[in-house]
Design a binder for this molecule. Structure first.
Ligand SMILES: [Zn+2]
Length: 388
């Protein structure tokens, strides 16, 4: 190999600089003027290396014509109908809206198990006779669709966005100052509430009679989690899971139920909390005191309604607690320990296959040794309308 290299160098040496002279001309008003190399480089804004490459090709009598933009491997242009077929295929993918920013964002989210290449392969499988490149598929996907892969962002504050837009559009310094003050107030409020949460956590770790937990519903878990191509186009069965994370013990407890057994509203959420309390606490004896602080997600349909208040009254009447407080983080800035738990489950989910709903329990308990899980059957759900 080394010898070959040396030989090649010798051939190049044969046609040395002294044997070949290059002259440079520039056309000006139909006349050609002799110029130096530097002038050519400056006028055409090209590097010395590019000129050198051309010179080498010329020395060896190689073709120096510009072949950029010329392709011989494209049999024909892709027709409009084929592009329409691709568009229809992409549109048919089940996509999810963002949970928190439905009003401010028009982005949709595809399954985290998909990617453009997998979608393209799937298209080719269904239409093996159509000639269509992956790069063109990607171009259509990126330029014509506002689709993203993976779960929607869980926390984005529309108020922060609104303030930012007003700040950018503000024409006077006074308006800018007023918006900045509003922004500072908003973030101070957020920090204050996080401080209260932190104090509650510290209290619950020090005093067993001060119970603090946060609770939130996880994003829908779909099954069966098969990976053959047509799965991406089909609606799947839903499984719901509610997390109750005890801040004192740092133990998350997940309740899982099949979407065909119950929905994911306030009845279901309050039923999970009721079972959690019954499983973990005994009714108080006379004179005993126990306080509960609940930090739920701020979703009106699930945690921020009359049924939750009814449940807390019921728990006090049944002497599980003497006082119950419900506290909320600032909307849009509501990252709770439950969200960390969900991230662990999502990570485990990618390595798991689920054929039927009860298998989600295995996925959850394998996500972290701290997890416990409970499968909710139909009879586990309690209708609190009588308490209301
Ligand atoms: Zn905000």
């Amino acid at each position: 190999m080394a010898l070959g290299d040396v030989k090649r160098r010798n051939v190049a040496k044969d046609i040395s600089r002294s044997q070949t002279t290059f002259k440079y001309h520039l056309p000006v008003n139909d006349k050609s003027y002799n110029v130096c190399k530097k002038t050519v480089l400056d006028v055409f804004q090209i590097s010395s290396r590019r000129v050198q490459t051309l010179q080498t090709k010329m020395k060896f009598n190689l073709d120096i014509s510009d072949k950029r933009g010329i392709h011989h491997n494209r049999s024909c242009d892709v027709s409009f109908d084929v592009k329409e077929l691709v568009r229809d295929r992409i549109s048919s993918m089940p996509a999810q809206e963002s949970h928190y920013s439905k009003s401010t964002s028009c982005k949709l989210y595809l399954s985290s198990e998909l990617c453009v290449e997998r979608m393209y392969d799937n298209f080719k499988e269904s239409h093996p006779n159509i000639v269509f490149s992956c790069s063109l598929y990607r171009e259509i996907f990126r330029s014509e669709f506002k689709l993203r892969f993976g779960p929607p962002p869980s926390d984005s504050c529309s108020y922060c966005d609104e303030l930012y837009i007003h700040l950018v559009a503000a024409e006077t310094e006074d308006v800018q100052k007023r918006i900045s003050a509003q922004n500072t107030l908003h973030h101070r409020k957020t920090e204050t509430v996080y401080k209260v949460l932190h104090e509650d956590v510290v209290m619950s770790k020090s005093y067993p009679k001060y119970v603090v937990f946060c609770t939130d519903l996880q994003q829908v878990l779909f099954y069966p989690t098969l990976h053959h191509s047509s799965m991406f186009y089909q609606r799947q069965f839903s499984t719901y899971s509610q997390c109750v994370h005890n801040m004192g013990t740092e133990k998350p407890f997940m309740f899982v139920w099949n979407g065909s057994v119950a929905k994911c509203g306030s009845f279901e959420v309050t039923s999970c909390i009721l079972i959690y309390i019954e499983l973990h606490f005994e009714p108080l004896k006379v004179g005993e005191i126990r306080r509960l602080v609940v930090w739920p997600d701020r979703c009106i349909a699930q945690n921020y309604n009359l049924w939750c208040i009814a449940l807390y009254h019921y728990l006090i009447a049944k002497k599980y607690f003497t006082t119950i407080d419900q506290k909320f983080l600032v909307s849009g800035h509501s990252f709770l320990p439950c969200d960390r738990d969900f991230a662990l489950i999502e990570r485990r989910k990618k390595k798991s296959t689920v054929y039927y709903p009860k298998q989600w329990l295995e996925v959850i308990v394998n996500a972290s040794p701290a997890f416990s899980a409970y499968y909710m059957d139909k009879e586990d759900f309690t209708n609190l309308s009588a308490i209301e």
